[in-house]
Write a protein that binds this ligand. Sequence first.
Ligand code: GUN
Ligand code: ZN
Length: 454
Amino acid sequence: MVDQFLPTQSDSCHAIRGAILDFSDDPFFLPAEQVTRYWSDGLLVICQGCVAACGPYQRLRTAWPDIPLTDYSGKLVTPGLIDTHIHYPQTAMIASHGEQLLEWLERYTFPTERKFADANYAAEVAELFLDELLKNGTTTALVFAAVFPQSVEAFFAAAAARNLRMISGKVMMDCRAPAYLCDTVQSSYADSKALIQRWHGRGRLLYAVTPRFAGTSSQAQLQMAARLLEEFPDVYLHTHLSENLREVAWIQSLFPDRASYLDVYDYAGLVGEKSVFAHGIHLSAQEWQRLSQARAAVSFCPTSNLFLGSGLFNLHQAKRLDRPVKVGLGTDIGAGTSFSLLQTSNEAYKVAQLQGQNLSALQALFLATLGGARALSLEDKIGSFDVGKEADFIVLDPQATPLLTLRNAGGLPADLTGLADVLFALLMMGDDRAIAATYIMGQPLHPKPDRPAP
Ligand code: GUN
Ligand code: ZN
């Protein structure tokens, strides 16, 4: 029996026909056949912006004979992609040459983020950034803003105008950084609190308390961040963790009484179920254990980790059955080199290969959809086509380029093995050109409605 509910106003319903793919559970822990839902000819019914039914076309069309239908036969419909770590103020500095993390921050990042004191500039970049996300099929992201509250205002206002489910927050940094980019414990508390009260839970927007990393926050500031989490228990904590070996040694020297990098955050009270830590490349067994116990999440950012020479994220450590750690994919723009989570999956596959690990196409897509939703504690709202979830989805073209047409010459197969092969090629070779459409709450936002669909 296919899940469906009958809304009272079926005139606000519409449907999408195409090959449809999503996950009911984690293919790292259960056989892919058990958790993958794939209909080579499927129907996704959307009512009032949410999923009303999803299943085989023939059966569902009979139940919904009259609603308007958009036909994407030959294309693959999946839940919208979820980016669990990205910096919108770093959009303009993508592909900055020649440094590893700490020098890269000094040389490129801090001067770039300084520009976000200007609300107009911030608004301009926020628009371009959101265009880029949607063009790449990313419908939800956990986003670093800059230290200036107006940079958060600009981002949330732009996301609200598009009805996007986005999480963001003001960067906290009160030391060991240029004065022009530093706040204080008091100003950071007051500004963050005002932003939480104004934006958290407004429409689809959510707030993340965002200390940049232990390198640029005093102990007092980290403790103040924890106080905010106590006052607002459903906001997120978003920061960086164990990205680069020199960084890890530096943090140890700054906090000599703490057992590890993670312990710096833990001691302050920042490690919990809604904490998302970017990178986590150089973690000890104890740190993995603690992340699992706290049900905290890690964002795997392969293009960034390779670009900055940070190291190889150990996905198998996160996906240990005896102490699982939630993990999603992050682009980490501007250290990451692509907005595309397809390209990010491509690099994730290679990072796994370099460690003798094997990432399947279905596992990679899980990380970019339901896995990301779980990492962000949003699995009740997004990440799959379960009835009642918000209808953020994308349409992938397996033959988006001449080379993809050659590689995926047979189109979309009916069976899961065949599909996994087509999907793998899409992940390795695809980018924004493979995103035929992006829908938000059932509405097409990319390509822009005034432009014809490809
Ligand atoms: N660690 C502290 N700040 C940053 C940042 O902006 N990007 C990355 N990749 N790592 C960081
Ligand atoms: Zn980052």
